[in-house]
Design a protein around this ligand. Structure first.
Ligand SMILES: N[C@@H](CCC(=O)N[C@@H](CS)C(=O)NCC(=O)O)C(=O)O
Length: 321
C-alpha cells in the first residue's frame, strides 16, 4: 500500500504537495483505510483508539464515503475535525470523508500535513478534480470552505457576516475560544492530584472563559450573532458537546442549573439558550458519534496519560498545536 500511495498519489514539489489520493481511493478505498489503521501497537494508547465513527456520525460519514475530489481526513473523536465537518454539513458541500488515526504518523499522512494533525483537507486544484493540494488547521479549513463554497442557493448564507467590522469581531471571539476556552478545557480535563493547580481553579478558569464569551453574544440569540448560526458557534460547538465528560470524570463542569446562577443567572441563562440551540443543530448532531465512545476516548485525557500533541502542550503549559 505504501508503495501504491507514494508512487502514484503523492507528488512532492518544492513549494507544496500536490497529490491525487482520489485515484488510489477510487479503486481500493478499503485498502487505504486499513493502511491508516494497521494493528495498534501494544501499550500505545493513542493508536488503539476505536477506529470508526458510530451513531449519527457514522450515517453522515457513510453518506460521504464515495470518491470526491474534496476530501476531509478526520478522526471521529476529534473536536477540531468536527468544526470542519459541521461547516461541510452546513454548506451542503459535496465531499468525501475519510477516517484516519492521526496518532499513527505514516509518511503519507505527514506528506499531506507535516504537523501530523487532523483535520486535513485535500482540495481540488484543477477543474477535473484530478489534482489536489492539502490544507490544515481547522479555523483555516472552515474559513476556506466558507469562502469558496459561496453560492447562496446551494450553500446557504455565509458563515461570517458581510460587514468587515462584524467579521473581524467574530474573529476576536473565535480567537478567544481557541486561545482561552480550549486551553482551560484541557487543563481541567487533564487535572490530576499531582498538578500544581487545584481542580476548582481549573474549573473556574473554564467557567470564566465561557462567561467572557457569552457576555459578548447577541442578547436575544439564540446563536452568538442572533438568529443566524455562524462560524463563531461552529468553533465552540464540538467542546460544548464534550462538556458532559466533566460530569463523567471531574465531578461536573460547574455550570449552574436554571435559577441557581446567583448574580450570574442572566449570563448562565444566555449560555443555556446558546448551548441548547447549538446542540440541537442538525450539523452538530450529525457529526457526533455515540457518547460511550467519547467516554472511552477521553479517559486518557482524564487520567492525563495521552501523548497527543494537545495533551502534551497542556501538560507543559504551552500554546495548543
Ligand atoms: N490546531 C489544530 C489542532 C488539531 C488537532 O490537535 N488534532 C488532533 C486530534 S483532536 C490530532 O490530530 N492529534 C494528533 C497528535 O496529537 O499527534 C486544528 O485546529 O486543526
Amino acid at each position: 500500500m505504501l508503495k501504491t500511495l507514494s508512487s502514484s498519489s503523492v507528488l512532492l514539489s518544492k513549494r507544496h504537495i500536490a497529490f491525487n489520493p482520489f485515484k488510489t481511493r477510487s479503486t481500493h478505498p478499503r485498502h487505504l483505510q486499513s493502511f491508516f489503521h494497521t494493528t495498534p501497537k501494544m501499550g500505545s494508547v493513542d493508536t488503539s483508539l476505536h477506529p470508526h465513527t458510530s451513531g449519527r456520525a457514522a450515517v453522515f460519514a457513510q453518506a460521504h464515503s464515495s470518491p470526491n475530489p474534496l476530501i476531509l481526513y478526520g478522526g471521529w473523536f476529534c473536536p477540531f475535525v468536527q468544526r470542519s465537518w459541521i461547516t461541510l454539513h452546513e454548506k451542503r458541500i459535496p465531499h468525501q470523508y475519510f477516517e484516519i488515526n492521526p496518532y499513527k504518523k505514516d509518511p503519507e499522512f505527514l506528506a499531506l500535513n507535516p504537523r501530523g494533525l487532523v483535520p486535513t483537507l485535500a482540495v481540488p486544484i484543477d477543474k477535473a478534480g484530478k489534482q489536489q493540494k492539502p490544507l490544515y488547521e481547522s479555523v483555516v479549513i472552515c474559513e476556506y470552505l466558507d469562502e469558496v463554497y459561496n453560492d447562496p442557493e446551494r450553500n446557504g448564507p455565509s458563515l461570517l457576516p458581510p460587514d468587515a467590522y462584524e467579521r473581524a469581531r467574530c474573529r476576536i471571539w473565535i480567537d478567544h475560544i481557541s486561545s482561552k476556552i480550549l486551553p482551560a478545557f484541557y487543563k481541567f480535563m487533564q487535572h490530576t492530584e499531582q498538578k500544581a493547580y487545584t481542580l476548582d481553579e481549573a474549573r473556574q478558569e473554564l467557567l470564566d472563559g465561557i462567561k467572557t464569551f457569552i457576555k459578548e453574544a447577541d442578547p436575544e440569540g439564540p446563536f452568538f450573532l442572533g438568529k443566524q448560526f455562524s462560524m463563531v458557534d461552529i468553533m465552540l460547538a464540538p467542546w460544548l458537546c464534550r462538556l458532559f465528560l466533566f460530569d463523567v470524570y471531574k465531578g461536573g463542569v460547574g455550570i449552574p442549573d436554571e435559577g441557581k446562577g446567583g448574580e450570574d443567572e442572566n449570563i448562565w441563562a444566555r449560555w443555556r439558550k446558546w448551548a441548547k440551540a447549538v446542540q440541537e443543530r442538525d450539523s452538530v448532531q450529525d457529526t457526533l458519534s455515540e457518547r460511550e465512545q467519547y467516554v472511552e476516548a477521553y479517559r486518557r485525557y482524564a487520567e492525563d496519560t495521552t501523548q497527543s500533541q494537545v495533551a502534551q502542550a497542556t501538560r507543559q503549559g504551552k500554546r495548543l498545536p
